[in-house]
Every structure is written in structure tokens, then in C-alpha cells.
Write a protein that binds this ligand. Structure first.
Ligand code: NAI
Ligand code: MG
Length: 358
């Protein structure tokens, strides 16, 4: 029996609602396989914890997490706690301390769903975005000066290191090779941001020399966002800095059915530290407590976790089960045009899993 220790941070709002379905799915996967055990431990680190403890996680929170093979996150954030606190004190420290420098986000139109882009089909919408996850625009370097005066100012530094850019770009090329793809596209803005982005471009070109078989393109981020809409079929692997990748992938999620379906992995490729898998969406206070959140993003993030742990056949089984339910079209949450609850959709996906793998 192979054992995996899984830390579970369900978080706030719809986080615990979608996580409940995710964990049931994980249990089902382990039953079907027979030789895998996922030992989950729930960690109550969220905005409620903050309200009583004054922090998002205990002082030794990262030490606790370090012992796990992998981390599953729901979503954090609540109207009572400023977003920069909930994100900066929980998610970003985990991404950084554990060198989860890859944020991997599939942009894939599942069968059974239609894209809001007219005329675009499943074959047209199937690529990966590799977002840098530890530096770039989301650095906390900077500060504010002269508060409350007319000359008050704020400075936030972008941080691009050769080490950081090289490793993310190389990961993107290797991912393209491993998945049999031929095109790598890098997001830039070297016509407007004249120090860090030309540096980024230089490194993209240098790394691309080691992958001469790849068709490498650099596009300015403004044009690239337009191409996501006008010709998404021209992408295999897209690599972007932290901010550009963040924005691109929300757009990416929108063209394949919305946030309720979009998963992500915060990956430490060397496996020196645990990686973390989570839906892209937040805690959705507008629908929290109603039991109607779409659990697919969370369940798909578990499929990515299984891939990462080396169980690709199980990862695929989970994704195939999600797709089968969508193709059938009977059980859907309101965000994808149905009236089913989170639990009903989670249950339907598990039923498909048992049918396929049982
Ligand atoms: P959000 O992703 O929570 O919601 C945006 C919209 O998408 C809402 O209308 C929501 O109802 C809908 N939506 C999101 N997930 C859904 C799902 N699974 N099923 C159906 N509909 C879904 O983003 P928003 O409103 O900007 O942020 C809300 C809170 O979440 C904030 O506190 C924010 O900081 C936090 N947040 C946390 C993230 C994380 O934990 N990684 C990521 C993004 C936001
Ligand atoms: Mg985002």
C-alpha cells in the first residue's frame, strides 16, 4: 500500500463546500485503485482563524506543511479580512517557502461544454499556461512615503532574477517536449517595460536555443490577450510572468466555461517540497452557503495532483469522469446552465468514476 500525506486547507466561503466533494472523490480514487491511501489532515487556517488568532496560520505553519507530500487548497478570502492579508499571509508564503515556482493552469474546453467564443471547438481550446509563481510583479519590495499628503507616493518593485526566469522558461519548454507539443509562446511587454521585460525576452531566446525543434514566439501581453480570443488554437504552452500569467489565466478560464471549472497546480518540480493544488477561483462570497458552487475546478485540481504524484492514469480517469458528466448534460450547477447542487454534481462525477474504474 502506498501512502500519501495530504494537508487540506479548505479555507473560506465556497472553499469548504467544493473541498468536501474533492475529498470524497479522492477517497473514491483510492478505493478504485486499491493500493493507494491518502491520509488527509484538515488545517483550519482561514479568515475565521484570523479573527481569533490575528494571523492566517500558526507561526510554525510552514513547518507543519513541510511534512506533507502534497497540499490541497480550497479558497481563502472573506469580506471581513482585507484580501492582501488573506493572500499574503497564507497562499503566497506557501508558494514561496516551498519553491512552488510553477503555477500550471490547463486551458481546456471539456467535451459537453461550449465556449463563449463562437466557432471555437474542443480541439481549438486545449493548451497550458505556465505562470511564474515566486517573483516578478508580486514582490513585496517597495513602500509608501508621505502618507496623507498631496505628494504621497507608492513604489512597488518588479523583481526578475536570471535564476527565476530561466527555470520557469525551461519548465515550459520541457513541458512542451514531454506532452508532444511543438509551440511555446512567451508573454512579454518589452516595448513598454524597458528593463525587466527585455531581460525576460533575452532569457526566453537563450533557453529556446536548447529546444531548436520548438516553434518559439514572443508576443506582447496586450496582443496576446487578444489572440487568446481570436485564435486560441495557435497555442500549446504559454509561459508568462506572475502578473501576466494571472490575468491571462482568468481570461483563459472564461473562454473554456468559467472559474468554476478552472484548476491549478503550484508546483515544485524538483519535489524538494510539497506542491499545492487548488481551483483558480476564490471564496465566492456571493454564492457561499447556498450549496451551488461548481466543484469541478476542485476535483480537476485533484486530477492534477494525481498526475504530479506520478499516477497519470488515475488523473486521467478523474478528468474523464468529469467530462462524461458534462457530456451527459443532466447534472450541472447554475454557473454552467443547470440547477444541480455542489453535492449532486460531485456525486454524479463519482458515479462515473466507479463506472469507469470500478
Ligand atoms: P471569486 O473567484 O471568488 O468569484 C468570482 C465570481 O465567480 C463570483 O461571481 C463567483 O460566484 C463565481 N465563482 C467562483 N467560483 C465559482 C464556483 N466554483 N462555482 C460557481 N461560481 C463560481 O473571486 P472574487 O469575487 O474576486 O473574490 C472573492 C474572494 O476570494 C476575495 O476575498 C478574494 O481575495 C478571494 N480569492 C481567493 C483566491 C484563492 O484562494 N486562491 C483566488 C481569488 C480570489
Ligand atoms: Mg487570479
Amino acid at each position: 500500500m502506498k501512502h500519501y500525506a495530504v494537508a487540506v486547507i479548505a479555507g473560506d466561503g465556497i472553499g469548504p463546500e467544493v473541498m468536501a466533494e474533492g475529498l470524497k472523490m479522492l477517497k473514491a480514487v483510492s478505493e478504485i485503485h486499491g493500493g493507494l491511501a491518502f491520509e488527509t489532515r484538515s488545517l483550519p487556517w482561514n479568515c475565521q482563524y484570523y479573527a481569533t488568532q490575528g494571523r492566517m496560520m500558526p507561526e510554525n505553519g510552514l513547518d507543519i506543511l513541510r511534512e506533507f507530500d502534497v497540499i490541497l487548497l480550497g479558497a481563502v478570502g472573506s469580506p471581513e479580512v482585507p484580501d492582501h492579508v488573506s493572500v499574503w499571509e497564507l497562499i503566497l508564503p506557501i508558494r514561496r517557502a516551498f519553491q512552488q515556482y510553477v503555477n500550471l493552469r490547463p486551458i481546456k474546453l471539456l467535451k459537453g461544454l461550449e465556449s463563449p467564443l463562437r466557432y471555437k471547438r474542443h480541439d481549438d481550446l486545449d493548451f497550458m499556461v505556465v505562470r511564474e509563481n515566486t517573483e516578478g510583479e508580486y514582490s513585496n519590495m517597495g513602500g509608501r512615503l508621505h502618507p496623507g499628503t498631496p505628494y504621497e507616493l507608492a513604489v512597488q518593485n518588479n523583481v526578475f532574477t536570471r535564476y527565476g526566469v530561466e527555470r520557469i522558461v525551461r519548465y515550459a519548454f520541457k513541458l512542451a517536449v514531454e506532452t508532444g507539443k511543438t509551440r511555446v509562446t512567451a508573454a512579454t511587454k518589452s516595448n513598454g517595460i524597458n528593463h525587466s521585460m527585455p531581460f525576460w525576452d533575452e532569457i526566453v531566446r537563450e533557453v529556446s536555443l536548447q529546444f531548436p525543434q520548438m516553434d518559439t514566439k514572443l508576443y506582447h501581453i496586450d496582443a496576446l490577450t487578444a489572440y487568446f480570443v481570436s485564435r486560441p488554437e495557435s497555442f500549446d504552452v504559454v509561459v508568462a510572468s506572475n502578473l501576466f500569467g494571472d490575468i491571462l489565466t482568468d481570461l483563459g478560464a472564461a473562454i473554456v466555461g468559467g472559474l468554476g471549472l478552472a484548476p491549478s497546480g503550484n508546483i515544485n518540480p524538483e519535489k524538494t517540497y510539497p506542491s499545492m493544488f487548488e481551483p483558480i477561483h476564490g471564496s465566492a462570497p456571493d454564492i457561499a452557503g447556498k450549496g451551488i458552487a461548481n466543484p469541478i475546478a476542485q476535483i480537476w485540481s485533484i486530477s492534477m495532483m494525481l498526475d504530479h504524484l506520478g499516477h497519470r492514469e488515475l488523473g486521467k480517469l478523474v478528468l474523464d469522469s468529469i467530462e462524461a458528466v458534462l457530456v451527459e448534460g443532466k447534472v450541472r450547477t447554475p454557473d454552467i446552465g443547470g440547477s444541480a447542487t455542489t453535492r449532486e454534481l460531485g456525486g454524479a462525477i463519482r458515479e462515473q468514476l466507479y463506472r469507469r474504474g470500478g
